[in-house]
Design a protein around this ligand. Structure first.
Ligand code: AMP
Ligand code: ZN
Length: 471
């Protein structure tokens, strides 16, 4: 076991400082991450947020914390209601296919499932109860059938984002779930029904909840009035998370969240990737271009979550090559294990392995510095490859190298192999392709090559026969 002297630190948006992580309960971490609005496919920008949160959650687990991770599904909101009205469907019919697609995409990107995925539509009672408390404490007022939160009443409004309530014009209200940075307004907790819209019948009248309220209600329900970490993309800082603090602390009178972590945006040509700008790629569209899902994952997670990241086909290609280096090395290690070579322990290799793991932990402890943690891995691969080239590394030590890769991958999650085909199945298909060629059935031979390519198997015709490797 390597010796590690570093302490896990996170950059806290609330005070713009790196702080040591001290959970409320020793050994446990409560984590709430804002989830998707399920009116369409999530784009790869959204997945930057979910991948950063996945790495955070995995690394907390790597560091021995028992994580309770909750992610909401926003299944009622302005855009969903509009879509339902336009198509004549219910909001549930509008969201169901995208909820399925979301979970499929999580699996494709090897994102671990949260412990809970509460849905807004199933927590209306919890939201009403918060409105009741806020009303009784004097934070709310009613106007035209909607209930608003008066932000001037919450003395600490602006603590997270710096947007001051003094800037709000008296009575300036906002009904929309999303609004511009720095635009302080009284925000809506409960929206009066408009004709033809989905609504709930309640003591506050017919209507539906505001978006901000759902995250307060569901995080408190599943994680308590106080919990450790709350995350999202940087666009969530204001107004969404600022409003969550106002509602939650307005209700409980206690500090809501201790660590606020936000990832910078994924950009396209220097602009935020977003649905409304139309400059987005879905995961599916990148897979159609031939990128391996694990290379896409590596592209995103190997960049620091607090640096802006520009998506280009060249940068994805470069990430694909880097990721292939990891996978090629892993394959080499596995072949060495399988070869059952006995050899004395290589001290040099042991030293490289220890250095890799120590550096990996120190960098990840430093606010999840994945670029430097990746460098530690690549330095190890470079040096270990040389040792594998020049000296006999035995199977037993190769097994230890594989265990190191697996340790790193508990956090990175990029070394998942294409499981669909086992080695034997690949061999069988290659044999079938050879037979098809012999019988001049070139169509079938090509079909098999394409099928294998789709599963990430690359064939190479050599004089000694067909060789293959995984992409
Ligand atoms: P939404 O469905 O718009 O509420 O977004 C879901 C999550 O994705 C939130 O945490 C957003 O902050 C995040 N997000 C949206 N667009 C981007 C982007 N271009 N880059 C990174 N995160 C994003
Ligand atoms: Zn939220």
């Amino acid at each position: 076991m390597v010796e590690v002297n570093s302490v896990l630190h996170f950059h806290n948006t609330e005070n713009n400082r790196k702080e040591p992580f001290k959970p409320l309960v020793e050994g446990k971490a409560g984590l709430y991450t804002c989830g998707p609005t399920v009116y369409d496919y999530a784009h790869i920008g959204n997945f930057r947020a979910y991948l950063f949160e996945d790495v955070l959650r995995r690394y907390l687990e790597f560091r021995g914390y028992e994580v309770n991770h909750v992610m909401n599904l926003t299944d009622v909101e302005d855009k969903i209601i509009r879509r339902a009205r336009e198509t004549g469907k219910t909001i549930y019919e509008c969201t169901a296919p995208y909820i399925d697609a979301f979970f499929e995409d999580l699996d494709t990107l090897n994102i671990k499932r949260a412990n809970q995925y509460p849905r807004a539509t199933e927590h209306i009672e919890e939201m009403l109860s918060m409105i009741r408390t806020l009303r009784d404490k004097g934070f709310t007022y009613e106007k035209d059938g909607s209930i608003y939160f008066r932000i001037r009443e919450f003395k600490e409004y602006g603590r997270l984002s710096g947007v001051r309530p003094e800037d709000v014009l008296s009575g300036a209200r906002i009904d929309s779930d999303e609004y511009e940075k720095d635009d302080a307004r009284d925000f809506v907790l409960w929206k009066a029904k408009k004709e033809g819209e989905h609504f709930w019948e309640t003591e506050f009248g017919e209507g539906r909840p505001g978006w901000h309220l759902e995250c307060s209600a569901m995080s408190i329900k599943y994680l308590g009035e106080q919990f450790d970490i709350h995350c999202g993309g940087e666009d969530n800082i204001f107004p969404h998370h600022e409003n969550e603090i106002a509602q939650s602390e307005g209700c409980s009178g206690k500090k809501f969240v201790n660590y606020w972590l936000h990832c910078r945006h994924l950009l396209v040509d220097g602009e935020k990737m977003s649905k409304s700008k139309g400059n987005f790629f879905t995961l599916r569209s990148l897979l159609d271009k031939g990128f391996h899902p694990m290379a896409i994952r590596f592209f995103i997670i190997s960049n620091h979550y607090r640096s802006p990241l520009n998506l280009t086909m060249d940068s994805l290609q470069a990430a694909h090559s880097a990721w292939s280096r990891i996978m090629d090395f892993r394959q080499r290690v596995k072949e060495r294990i399988a070869s059952n070579v006995e050899a004395p322990k290589q001290i040099d290799l042991q030293r490289e392995m220890d250095a890799c793991l120590t550096r990996f932990i120190e960098h990840m402890d430093d606010d999840l510095d994945t670029p430097r943690a990746s460098s530690a891995l690549f330095d190890f691969i470079r040096d270990a490859n040389k040792i594998f080239d020049s000296e006999a590394v035995g199977s037993k030590q190769a097994q230890e190298a594989l265990e190191l890769l697996d340790r790193v991958d508990e956090t990175f999650g990029v070394m998942k192999e294409d499981e669909a085909l086992l080695d034997d199945e690949v061999d069988q298909l290659i044999q079938e392709r050879q037979d098809a060629r012999k019988n001049r059935n070139f169509a079938r031979a090509d079909e098999i090559r394409d099928l294998l390519a789709g599963k990430g198997i690359i064939l190479e015709d050599t004089r000694e026969g067909v060789r293959w490797k995984r992409r």
